[in-house]
Design a protein around this ligand. Structure first.
Ligand code: NAD
Length: 364
């Protein structure tokens, strides 16, 4: 029995997560995987029900499970809540509690969506890359972090954030990236700002050291400003891109534009015993409750769960192929709509189409 904790969250979170569960059930039936899904509240929903964005019981449920499927948290209703009780705090608590330090964001430009890409079709065609972002270190967590008077003039303050990385933190994320590159096209681009930052110089040294352990992987270093340019200019040169927390946060959103819609992108957070899987988008309050959210990012996160937590490559590919096949038949949610061939469907119908394809192994 494979136990999966389902924390669907807020806004469109529950809508898209329901479709991911549906498709996982279909994959389970086809490939003989018995799933048990346990649901719990997280984010604003948990705040309303329990006064906290995640309860210790929910955290424990996630820790005990084989994998966690997350929707999205947050929304305007909770924007005025004090910082320590904000819905996003649940994400930090969950990541910390599960010990996941590596965030993988695959970006593939699927042939049927070539026209939807933010870059020209000839640039976007064939893009198939993974961003490996360090998730628990760097400037988002470094201390000291505070404001203090400068003492030079009344009202003059300075704000301090601290960028820290240890060799252990760098090595463990690099290991994930090298292992992934070894299983893919054996090409790794490490992104840093080594011309300016000491932490980046340490990062680069550790990359060089680890490259000797993986001679089969071709390694290149790229400065982050150039990487931002190359991602839209010549994105096919990337196979696995590894970088620290802040750079990864920014570059992964940029790379998302290649794929056509934020609603298409899955992610996996790994490093502990339990993997955390979620679409890259937020709770999309502007379209919540309308049944028109794109569930494919959540469904593809389910494929990553099959691949990384269960090691079931065949089932993972079956889900990915089903998504591509359904798109090739012209089915689109509103975020992808356009063109005369579009067959517009809602969240539920899109989930049903993919699930049916997965179950039969071919189009209905
Ligand atoms: P968002 O990702 O929710 O939405 C950005 C835009 O993309 C919106 O126009 C939305 O309608 C559209 N969109 C997003 N997902 C879509 C989908 N699956 N199908 C179709 N369209 C989709 O980002 P935002 O508007 O900046 O944030 C909204 C809320 O979500 C905020 O409270 C924010 O804090 C939260 N958020 C949560 C997460 C998370 O839980 N991991 C991530 C980002 C933002």
């Amino acid at each position: 029995m494979v136990e999966v904790a389902v924390v669907a969250g807020d806004g469109i979170g529950p809508e898209v997560t329901a479709q991911a569960v549906r498709v996982l059930r279909a994959a389970g039936e086809r490939f003989g995987i018995e799933f048990s899904f346990q649901e719990a509240l997280i984010g604003g929903a948990a705040l309303d029900a329990y006064g906290v964005p995640i309860t210790p019981e929910t955290l424990e449920l996630c820790r005990r499970s084989r994998a966690v499927l997350l929707g999205a948290v947050g929304g305007p209703r909770w924007d005025r809540v004090e910082p320590e009780r904000r819905p996003e705090q649940a994400l930090f608590a969950l990541r910390r509690g599960l010990g996941v330090f590596a965030n993988l964001r695959p970006v593939r430009v699927l042939p049927p969506l070539l026209e939807a890409s933010a870059v020209r079709p000839e640039v976007a065609a064939g893009v198939d890359l993974v961003i490996v972002r360090e998730l628990t270190g760097g400037i988002y967590f470094g201390e000291p972090r505070r404001r203090e008077p400068t003492g030079t003039a009344p009202g003059s303050v300075r704000a301090i954030d601290t960028l820290v990385y240890t060799t252990e933190e760098v090595d463990r994320i690099l290991r994930v990236a090298f292992e992934l590159a070894r299983k893919r096209r054996r090409s790794l681009i490490s992104v840093d700002k080594a011309n300016v930052l000491e932490s980046s110089r340490l990062w680069r040294e550790r990359v060089e050291m680890m490259a000797r352990v993986y001679p089969e992987v071709e390694v290149r270093h790229m400065l982050v400003d150039n990487a931002a340019l190359q991602l839209v200019r010549a994105p096919r040169q990337f196979d696995v891109l590894v970088t620290e927390n802040l750079f990864g946060d920014i570059l992964s959103d940029e790379a998302a534009a290649l794929a056509g819609s934020l609603g298409m992108l899955p992610s996996a957070s790994l490093g502990g015993r339990v993997g955390l899987y979620e679409p890259c988008h937020g709770s999309a309050p502007d379209i919540a409750g309308q049944g028109k959210a794109n569930p494919l990012g959540a469904i593809l996160s389910g494929a990553l769960l099959l691949r990384h937590s269960l090691g079931h490559e065949e089932a993972a590919r079956a889900v990915e192929e089903a998504v591509e096949a359904v798109l090739a038949e012209g089915w689109r949610t509103a975020d992808l709509a356009g063109g005369s061939q579009t067959r517009l469907v809602g969240t539920d119908e899109m989930g049903a189409l993919v699930a049916e394809y997965v179950q039969r192994g071919k189009a209905a």
